[in-house]
Design a binder for this molecule. Structure first.
Ligand code: NDP
Length: 418
């Protein structure tokens, strides 16, 4: 297949070989983590204590459950929204429109789940089918990514993503060919980014909390903290849903296996690892340590929200009074870069806050096992890699001005360290 003209971009993730390896490694890791969390030794490294047979993985009723969930979230997406926002300008100078109703979808889901539980819905039982659920979600993602790949064959050249059109089938399937695949108003990437996976994550956490209550009479303090912190994170993402429209995922990356798997499998099933671990490995947690962990999470959230809001305000309305005193430098594109405030401390203060929160989510699980810290280590690696990708794009966009910014703000994520 020939590459569309002007779409050649340097290969990322180790090219086709790296993409193929990741498509095997990521699902295997997700299943390994699910198995490890419920096993006695809960080992992060080394083979799982038990290898599941196909009968433990494949369950048509679980597939039906997944499809019902996706259908429900799609229906909530199509409900009237409090606001319809415009995305950034595309190559053909047009702008796409997006419904801002993710928080509404979270609230309506909570209402439906609450009604279901009071009518006897055994939500806690969801914790027992996480393994087959992750398996069918992975299969569904492969099929979905194939359909997205096929859909891109008929997309106009202006709608293709620069990174996912190398001409290599495996690489392009992984990276995603089309930037914003849609049917009418329904935007598949935008829908998957923040809804079924993110809301699914807190629902799985809740199911684990209910199951713990069933097993031990009441949820542990550690389980409350993990549920509370992660609900705050998901609620925040959906409350500030519009901010996703300027992220790399929406503006730069095509929609293929990488993002679809991340959104639909990786997030709900591996980000709920701490709650999964706590269900099978209860951890004592005293009030003083719990308060210290809450403080760490609050610091992380304060930095994360402050940095993200400052940049979003600056990009949306540079003359907003809340950012009036901040120093900026011009770039050749006409846009300016912040060099004081949060963005004068390090070049990615939002990543720093996010990482501090990641640590706070693991700490309630104690220090006896490495497994609940998986998210922290994985996330640190993801953010270092993501920062490098963003740095390259900013260098291409802003050239000399970006060099100046790097000189003025030499540290990337952690002040005086990295
Ligand atoms: P960012 O929100 O960090 O955006 C990077 C962009 O910001 C750059 O491309 C540039 O774009 C702009 N920018 C950079 N420096 C400046 C500056 N000094 N002044 C003004 N604008 C600047 O990107 P991400 O999408 O990576 O992250 C968004 C959030 O999502 C973060 O908080 C991150 O931690 C979180 N995240 C969470 C994940 C998870 O799995 N939990 C995964 C990935 C991200 P431009 O100039 O074109 O506006």
């Amino acid at each position: 297949m020939a590459s569309p003209q002007g779409l050649k971009a340097p290969l990322e993730f180790g090219g086709p070989l790296g993409a193929a390896a990741l498509m095997l490694l990521l699902p295997a890791t997700a299943l390994h983590l699910l198995l490890a969390a419920r096993s006695g030794p809960a080992r992060l490294l080394g083979p799982p204590a038990h290898l599941p047979g196909l009968s433990e993985l494949w369950n048509p009723r679980v597939l039906l459950l997944l499809l019902t969930w996706l259908g429900l979230q799609a229906a909530l997406y199509l409900l009237p929204a409090r606001k319809v926002a415009e995305g950034l300008e595309l190559k053909d100078k047009s702008r796409l429109r997006y419904p801002i109703n993710g928080f509404q979808a979270l609230m309506l889901t909570a209402l439906l789940v609450g009604l279901g539980i009071s009518a006897g819905l055994p939500l806690g039982a969801l914790s027992e089918v996480l393994l087959p659920l992750a398996f069918v979600a992975t299969l569904t993602t492969f099929i979905f990514s194939f359909l997205l790949y096929m859909k891109a064959q008929v997309a106009p050249a202006s709608g293709l993503a620069p990174g996912g059109n190398s001409g290599n089938l495996i690489y392009d399937f992984f990276m995603g060919r089309e930037l914003n695949p849609r049917i009418g108003f329904f935007d598949f990437k935008y829908f998957c980014e923040l809804r079924p996976g993110l809301i699914g994550w807190v629902l799985i956490n809740l199911a684990l909390l209910l199951q713990e209550t069933e097993l031990r009479g009441s949820p542990s303090l550690a389980m409350w903290l993990v549920n509370g912190f992660q609900l705050l994170y998901v609620g925040d993402a959906l409350w500030y849903e519009e901010a996703v429209l300027t992220t790399m995922d929406i503006t730069h990356d095509g929609f293929g296996f990488m993002l679809a798997f991340g959104d639909l499998v990786w997030v709900p099933f591996t980000y709920s690892l701490q709650a999964q671990f706590l269900l099978y490995h209860p951890q004592p947690l005293g009030l003083p340590r719990a308060l210290l962990i809450c403080f760490i999470n609050a610091v992380g959230y304060y930095i994360f929200r402050g940095a993200n809001s400052q940049k979003n305000t600056f990009r949306q309305n540079p003359s907003d009074p809340s950012i009036a005193g901040l120093e900026t430098i011009p770039t050749a594109t006409g846009k300016r870069l912040l060099v004081s405030g949060w963005w004068g401390m390090v070049r990615h203060p939002n990543y720093l806050g996010d990482l501090i929160m990641a640590l706070a989510w693991s700490l309630p699980c104690g220090v006896s096992h490495l497994l609940p810290y998986f998210y922290f280590f994985y996330f640190a690696a993801l953010l270092v890699h993501r920062e490098a990708r963003d740095e390259l794009q900013c260098l291409q966009k802003y050239g000399r001005a970006w060099h100046e910014y790097c000189q003025r703000v030499p540290y990337r994520i952690v002040p005086y360290i990295y």
